[in-house]
Design a protein around this ligand. Sequence first.
Ligand SMILES: O=P(O)(O)OC[C@H]1O[C@](O)(COP(=O)(O)O)[C@@H](O)[C@@H]1O
Length: 315
Amino acid sequence: MDTNYGMEIVRATEIAALTAAREQGLGDYREILNHARAAIAKTLNRLRIDGFVVNDRFQNRDDLFPMPATLGQGGPTMDLMAIALEAHHSAANGGNNATSYAVIAPRGVIQSVPNLNMYKIVVGPQVGNVIDINQPPIINVKRVARALRKYTENVTVCILNQARHKQLIKEIRECGARIKLIEEGELSGCLSAITGEKTDLYLGYGYAPEGALVAAAISCLGGYFEGKIFYENDRDREQAEEHGISDFEKIFRPQDLVRSKEVAIAATGVTDGEFLEGVRFTSNGAVTSSFIARAETKTYRKLETRHFFDYKPVF
Ligand SMILES: O=P(O)(O)OC[C@H]1O[C@](O)(COP(=O)(O)O)[C@@H](O)[C@@H]1O
């Protein structure tokens, strides 16, 4: 991409995060999600692109803000992925890991995926490609330990605290690795594993569209991921076929979901998370914590942005 869109899309995640943070803990998860979605759409719509929104997990929900299928003021044809507010229940309850994300790439680069469950295993570049989704969790933990030259007991595995992960958690406990349980916001856990900041490995079920975002993050930051979509019935398989997926045993790797090095990602914390801090309001504005990265140069910026509401009348 000739233009570095990172600064453009981070403005959108910042606005979505500021909007959501205003409603943090108020208990209304639809309102907070709708306002964040409207805010990110409005800001992304200012870009000088012909942007096609892909992998919007809520696109068929008629109780939520309808994200337009296309965004932008005209220009190069691009794919846009906007997760205005991941972990929206958490944000509404005043919990952790709520984050706003955006990805941009030339049109056709981001694989469209069905809104189905995907089992994911995610590591950072320091681990390399040693993991294998078909191996039991304990084998993967041991491979990560060996790659990082750590004792198994010092490897930290991040897992969503969900009933479906009971067996997984049991197996990790048995092998002696440390566990970081998060209530919501798998992307926050995945980014923490990719950057190796707080965890060494992310494991578990989440959604397939989130897998595409993880792939974009890995294209930009390095690391490795394998994901497998979980099909419960023929309807699920038909849904996948509508996205051009006919191999139902397919293991998705980063290059399957983001098919070029021309991709940029941005994220801003709404509430404190595994990877970014949440919005802090000040007497006359707010401070946001974000990151921007792009695959071509691998430049990775962490931003602390000070917003002054006197000059941002919308707040
Ligand atoms: O546990 P569930 O309901 O299957 O949902 C898992 C999903 O929930 C999340 O924790 C939060 O999802 P939302 O973005 O919908 O708030 C995701 O990170 C994860 O993919």
